[in-house]
Design a protein around this ligand. Structure first.
Ligand SMILES: Nc1nc2c(ncn2[C@@H]2O[C@H](COP(=O)(O)OP(=O)(O)OP(=O)(O)O)[C@@H](O)[C@H]2O)c(=O)[nH]1
Ligand SMILES: Nc1nc2c(ncn2[C@@H]2O[C@H](COP(=O)(O)OP(=O)(O)OP(=O)(O)O)[C@@H](O)[C@H]2O)c(=O)[nH]1
Ligand SMILES: [Mg+2]
Ligand SMILES: [Mg+2]
Lengths: 292, 280
């Protein structure tokens, strides 16, 4: 663990007396290693380590009899600060319906998350999920089945309908008629480097005028998390992140990278395949996990 | 900076950033850079260009040493069964469809098995693909036993004189013991019912996966014998560098890469192309 490694670094030094800048550098190499092993982006890790270095060179560390502890505390505080501390709840519109747009790479968990969020708020709201993925075979059917299992309202395209913008208008009318006060739009997975699909996303955003645009990110995403998040954020302003498959054993450093590069908070964690498996994101638990 | 003298610290730093940014991991990157620095002592004029080509050679050797790298699914006297497995959303179902199409183009008679009986509309998804490729798909009602689908598909493959059975399984996290047990049970059914067939168990890994890709290969490989990996979504900018340690430490070869969402977007893995892309 990082704590053990840092204690190892500082172990022989307590007898020598003063800690030096060299000792701190050795400690920070271990911190950097932990972050990179945890899938934090190279540059995000570098910037974070520099912030930690500035503080670790202060008197309260250099004169401390428990420097490892001091450094660990600083590491956690800096990660916490970067994560944006505290819990971030889903925003609701002051003028219903609240509209949520779920976006992200292929296979990240958007369709499942759409129904999970709907289920979570269904005791205080009347949510409708809308299928806007006409590309993936049986994507509409997948959302329909999940919505049915969750007892959530569903709206999908007619046979052969291919225009996402048209579906958005119809869905808004349908929701108004049936008094749904929350509408969640499930979109097709897309690569951030696919110009046409990123254009489509921008135009979807204009049609929906979402209360929240949630980027769904797989917890096992590696270094590319930064490129993906900033590309999506550049095309359609993100308001929240959902980290999925947190029930696996990936360290989840992508969550830190995405937060660092977009400034957008992680709101939820997907912790399983069942509809109930959605939790409020806990930044402190994630920080511990990233460091291993 | 790169005019042909001893490489500077920033030369090694930029190499380190390139490898780590490509998901090669800090452990393997450190080792590669250390070895390269030793070797570079023998070069009077190491600049960025020959430094990179030296590195490319090293990485290519790493991959070439992994038996089975870039090799297609094997065929022999008996039929072949291709089992596609991996974590949720990695691209198994789409890869199964692509595989069927690909093998049919080679003249093989292929049958598909929709052994994901859990996820919503999983069988519908594979059935839709089967219609596009003109491939028969064995399906059961949702909620059924995936082992039963495998069993029926084997019988159907035998009865129909198929050359190849491609089995699509449900996504599963390797941390879930009961799901790994379900996978093991499927391989036992294959062993018992078509013991003389060639079995290709391919782990589908999303190219964007970070260090957890190694954990996946390790955990799935501990549960059942893997014969290869497929790197899906390789049409992304993600470099898939994790496969270097997967190959090196676990001896698992990458056989194919997925290059898009269309049925033809599957091709054999090419180590040279991979290394060039990784090094930019
Ligand atoms: N274990 C686990 N599996 C999840 C989680 N969220 C989603 N999944 C699974 O991940 C796979 C992909 O989920 P989808 O909801 O289809 O992903 P998607 O983003 O809609 O995929 P595309 O529409 O193809 O881009 C499915 O097998 C889901 O059951 C999670 O939090 N934990
Ligand atoms: N761009 C791109 N997308 C891909 C590729 N392979 C699969 N996909 C997409 O990734 C998403 C998930 O693919 P699936 O085949 O459903 O993945 P899966 O592993 O079967 O998912 P589960 O069964 O839910 O675990 C879909 O949107 C696919 O179109 C690829 O090579 N490139
Ligand atoms: Mg989807
Ligand atoms: Mg599937």
């Amino acid at each position: 663990s990082l704590r053990e490694r840092l204690e190892g670094v500082f172990k022989g030094l307590k007898n020598r007396g003063k800690l030096t800048e060299e000792d701190i550098s050795a400690a920070l190499r271990n911190v950097r290693r932990a972050l990179l092993e945890g899938d934090v982006n190279f540059r995000v890790a570098r910037d974070l380590v520099e912030k930690i270095r500035e503080r670790a060179l202060g008197r309260d560390v250099l004169d401390s009899i428990t420097p490892a502890q001091q450094v660990i505390a600083i590491v956690f505080e800096e990660i916490s600060a970067l994560m944006g501390g505290g819990r971030h709840a889903l925003a609701f519109s002051s003028k219903p319906p609240s509209k949520y747009l779920l976006v992200g790479l292929q296979g990240s968990g958007k369709t499942t998350t759409c129904v999970k969020i709907a289920k979570k708020i269904s005791d205080s709201h009347k949510p409708l999920v809308v299928a806007c993925d006409f590309r993936r075979p049986a994507a509409v059917e997948q959302l329909r089945v999940l919505a049915q299992q969750a007892g959530i309202g569903f709206f999908g395209p007619e046979e052969g309908e291919k225009d996402a913008r048209l579906i958005v208008d119809k869905a808004l009318d349908y929701a108004a008629q049936r008094l749904y006060d929350v509408i969640l739009f499930d979109t097709a997975g897309r690569l951030d480097i696919d110009e046409d699909l990123m254009d489509e996303l921008a135009s979807l955003g204009q049609a929906v005028e979402p209360t929240e645009t949630l980027l769904v990110v797989d917890a096992m995403t590696g270094q590319e998390a930064v490129n993906v998040a900033s590309a999506f954020h550049g095309r359609i302003p993100l308001t929240g992140i959902v980290l999925t498959k947190v029930d696996g054993d990936s360290r989840g450093g992508a969550s830190l990278s995405v937060r660092a590069v977009t400034g957008v908070p992680v709101k939820f964690a997907g912790v399983g395949e069942r509809i109930a498996d959605l939790e409020q994101f806990d930044p402190d638990r994630m920080a511990q996990r990233i460091l291993g | 900076l790169f005019s042909g003298e001893v490489p500077t610290e920033s030369f090694w730093d930029s190499l380190e950033e390139t490898l780590i940014s490509g998901d090669a991991g800090i452990e393997l990157t450190g080792e590669i850079i250390r070895n390269l620095r030793e070797k570079s002592g023998f070069f009077r004029a190491m600049n960025r260009e020959n430094g990179l080509s030296l590195l490319a050679g090293v990485l290519y050797e790493h991959l070439a040493a992994v038996k089975g790298t870039g090799e297609p699914v094997r065929f022999g006297q008996a039929p072949t069964v291709v089992l596609l497995l991996g974590v949720n959303g990695s691209g198994k179902t789409t890869t199964a469809a692509k595989m069927a199409w690909n093998l049919q183009k080679e003249g093989k008679k292929v049958i598909l098995a929709a052994a994901d009986t859990f996820r919503a509309a999983a069988a519908d998804q594979l059935k839709a693909w089967g219609e596009r490729s003109g491939t028969r798909v064995v399906t059961h009602a949702p909620g059924g036993d995936p082992g039963a689908v495998v069993f029926d598909a084997i019988q159907a493959a035998k009865a129909g004189g198929h050359d190849c059975l491609v089995i699509d399984t449900a996504g599963r996290l390797h941390t879930k013991a009961n799901l790994m047990e379900e996978l093991i049970k499927m391989t036992r059914i294959i062993e018992r019912n078509c013991p003389e067939w060639i079995v290709e168990s391919l782990l589908v890994i999303d190219a964007v996966t970070g260090q957890n890709g190694f954990r996946q290969a390790q955990a799935f490989g501990n549960a059942i014998p893997l014969t290869g990996a497929v790197i899906s979504k390789y049409d992304h900018t993600a470099k898939g560098g994790i496969i270097l340690s997967v190959g090196r430490e676990l001896g698992l070869p990458v056989r194919y890469v997925g290059l898009g969402e269309g049925i033809e977007d599957l091709k054999l893995f090419e180590p040279e192309e991979f290394v060039d892309a990784l090094l930019g």
